[in-house]
Design a protein around this ligand. Sequence first.
Ligand code: ZN
Ligand code: ZN
Length: 231
Amino acid sequence: MYMKSDFSFEISIVYDDLCAQPGFLMGFGFSTLIYNSLSKTYLLFDTGSKGDILVHNINKLNIKVSDIKKVIISHNHYDHAGGLKEIYQINHDIEIYVPLQDMKSFTGVYPEAQVQGISEMVEVDKNIFCSGQFGSMSLKEQALFLKTNNNNLIIISGCAHPGLKTFILKGQTLSKEINAVIGGFHGFRDLSFLEGIKFIGACHCTQKIREIRNRFSEQYNVICVGNSYLF
Ligand SMILES: [Zn+2]
Ligand SMILES: [Zn+2]
C-alpha cells in the first residue's frame, strides 16, 4: 500500500472465523495486533475467544505477548474478551482498556491488573483513540480509531453492536478521510455509509458480507488470520 518506511500503522489479523493463512489458526471471534510506528508500540484490539489460538497466531508473526503494551477490549462478549486471560497471564504489565460499563466485571476477574474504563473518546496511544462507549444500557461497545500521518482514519470494529454507522460518524469527528474499516459489522445494512472508503475489511460477525463484497468489489478485502496491512 505504501513504502514500508513511511507507514503509520501495521495492522495484523490474529483472530477471525472466516479464513487463515497457512500456519495460522482460525477461531470464533476477532482480534488484531497493531504496531504503531509513531510510538513504536504494539497494541492488541480484542482477544478472540481462546487464548491458546491467539497466542499461537501472535507468536507466528514473530511477536511475543510480552512485547504488547496495551490491549483494548471492544465489548464484554467471550469472542472478544475470552483470550485476555492468557494474555494477562503472560504479560501482567499490559494496560487494559474496556468500556466503562464493563470496568467492574474486568477488575473482578483481574484485580491486580491496570484496567481503565473508557466512557468518552480518548487517545490511548499516539494517534490511536478509543471511540468511547456506545450502545444500549445492557451492552456497551467501543471501536478503535487510528489516525495516520496523512490524516487518514482507520476504524477497527469488534462486533459493531451499536451499529457501524455510529462509529463511522464518531470517527468523522477526528478526520473526514476514512481510509479503512476493518472488523465485525454485525447487522449493518446502511451500506451507503461505506461509499468512498478505500479499504473495506468486513469479517467476523458481518451478516451482509456478500452484499458488501458485491457492491464494493474494488474496495472489499478478504480478511484472513495472518494478513498484515500497512497504513
Ligand atoms: Zn458481540
Ligand atoms: Zn463478536
